[in-house]
Design a protein around this ligand. Structure first.
Ligand code: ZN
Length: 245
């Protein structure tokens, strides 16, 4: 089946999971569900660029009675979870029953040791917990360096991280990136066909109303963000006049 990256394709994917008896699960429950032989799916969204795109995925899931975990970056130039709009969108996700995780970027701390990264990860996670009034028991590492993949909990302890072996080895892990399923389509996987637990990484930016090439998605994102900056500047300064082009 030629599933693409449209909202309709996402609904088809979720419907197939539900009809095959998969239940959405929290990362912190995965070990226990594995031990009990449950059929479950960890739905993970790493928000690299755009909270608005994440909110669209969140609404689709909520309409289908599904929850997932949204991992937010704190130290990014692309959005601000603590801004007025950013917080409103994240609170809307939470009100729908979705979970919040920290998306942690090691590159924001060049040359830091694992101990130092652990300390900074804790700081970021506590900021998110304090601001949104929720627990953040799981961290996803943005563009994980090689030492992260399959590593133990020491980077993020006492929190879990999504590249620990029990999320990527004991559970069948499929990641979508730049509009491609890198390790094959979920519904074609042996794991899905035999009812094994799944961990699906979805980046909301790539999913659209219509199928478009990934580079067009990025152009559209940049255009949208430029308009937002322009509106924000105009509403904060009477000096601003749009340039004639
Ligand atoms: Zn990321």
């Amino acid at each position: 089946m030629g599933l693409c990256f449209t909202y309709e394709d996402y609904r088809v994917l979720l419907t197939a999971l539900l009809e095959s008896g998969y239940e959405p699960a929290r990362f912190e429950d995965a070990q226990c569900l594995l031990a009990r032989g449950k059929r479950f799916v960890l739905l993970r969204h790493d928000i690299d660029f755009d909270l608005t795109a994440a909110l669209r995925m969140a609404r689709i899931e909520a309409e289908m009675g599904i929850f997932s975990t949204f991992f937010v970056l704190v130290r990014t130039e692309h959005y601000n979870p603590f801004s007025s709009d950013g917080s409103r969108m994240i609170n809307e996700l939470l009100a729908m029953g979705h979970r919040l995780g920290l998306h942690f970027d090691c590159a924001a701390y060049p040359d830091a040791s694992v101990e130092e990264l652990n300390r900074q990860c804790g700081r970021e996670a506590r900021m998110v917990e304090e601001w949104f009034g929720v627990e953040v028991p799981v961290v996803s590492i943005h563009r994980p360096p090689p030492f992260v993949v399959g590593s133990d909990q020491s980077l993020t302890a006492p929190r879990l991280h999504t590249y620990m072996n029990h999320f990527t080895k004991q559970i069948h892990y499929l990641a979508e990136s730049r509009g491609l399923w890198r390790f094959g389509q979920p519904l074609e996987s042996h794991a899905f066909q035999t009812g094994q637990p799944l961990h699906l990484l979805i980046h909301p930016i790539w999913w659209r109303e219509q199928a478009v090439p990934p580079v067009q998605t990025l152009y559209d994102f940049i255009d949208g963000r430029t308009r937002e900056v322009e509106l924000s500047v105009a509403s904060n300064s009477t000096v601003y006049r749009k340039k004639e082009s």
